[in-house]
Design a protein around this ligand. Structure first.
Ligand code: MTE
Ligand code: MO
Length: 218
């Protein structure tokens, strides 16, 4: 603004909006654009996505196996899993198919509490997740160990439904949702990275929505 231009009410509010970063996209405030990763849109419902086989696992048959580069490999049944410290997490979902869903309340065992129990070997750098439907996905140990990571048995105070991965699924909210294995049955600790199901089929090895790492090469 030059010295001659009087600051009208309109220019004053425009300047204030610019400072606040409002109306950058014409629709969303700055806070919202910061929260929604590039190329994503918000949904209120919760879509179901998987390979089409939704395994039916009774909690009496369910177990989580921990193998590979860990000091304490183990197999936890449903009761043993529930004797671990239980935590809550509130997080957003970002699916690579471009939908995002805000404010999902999860309950279960935090990945950090699980790591405290099993103690990954100092040279472990990656995890491979295997599910009851045969699905696999890989991610770096540091991402698995993120503060918001949770092995979830409940969503919004209700047991996790079978279509969303019940009785237990992983949730790693800062990566695209294909890394969040539903019907999780095995966590293997690895020294080097290996590709899981979608990663072998062209998806990114890390999958950071903020860097739009959808496909390998992004
Ligand atoms: N076991 C298993 N986990 C899976 C999948 C799958 O096919 N099998 N699909 C992944 C994909 S691509 C997405 S987007 C999310 C979808 O989870 P939702 O159905 O609860 O939305 O689960 C992920 N975890
Ligand atoms: Mo997905």
């Amino acid at each position: 603004m030059t010295d001659e231009t009087p600051e009208t009410k309109l220019t004053a509010s425009k300047r204030r909006w610019a400072e606040q970063g409002r109306f950058l996209t014409g629709k969303l405030t700055r806070a919202e654009t910061d929260r929604l990763p590039p190329g994503q849109h918000l949904v209120k419902n919760w879509p179901v996505l998987d390979l089409g086989q939704q395994p039916r696992i009774q909690t009496t048959e369910w177990a989580l196996q921990i193998i590979g580069a860990v000091e304490n490999p183990m197999k936890l049944d449903w009761d043993a899993f529930h004797r671990l410290p239980q935590s809550n997490r509130l997080s957003d979902i970002h699916c690579v198919t471009t939908w995002s869903r805000y404010d999902n309340r999860w309950q279960g065992v935090s990945t950090r509490d699980l790591l405290d129990l099993v103690m990954p070997a100092p040279e472990a750098r990656f995890v491979m997740l295997t599910s009851y439907d045969g699905y696999t996905t890989n991610l770096p140990l540091d991402d698995f160990a993120s503060e918001n990571g949770i092995l979830a048995t409940a969503w919004e105070g209700e047991p996790l439904t079978r279509d969303h991965g019940g009785p237990m699924r992983l949730v790693i909210p800062h990566l695209y949702f294909w890394k969040s294995a539903k019907w999780l049955r095995r966590i293997e600790f690895l020294l080097g990275d290996q590709a899981g199901f979608w990663e072998r089929n062209g998806y990114h090895m890390l999958g950071d929505p903020w860097r739009e790492q959808r496909y390998s090469g992004d």
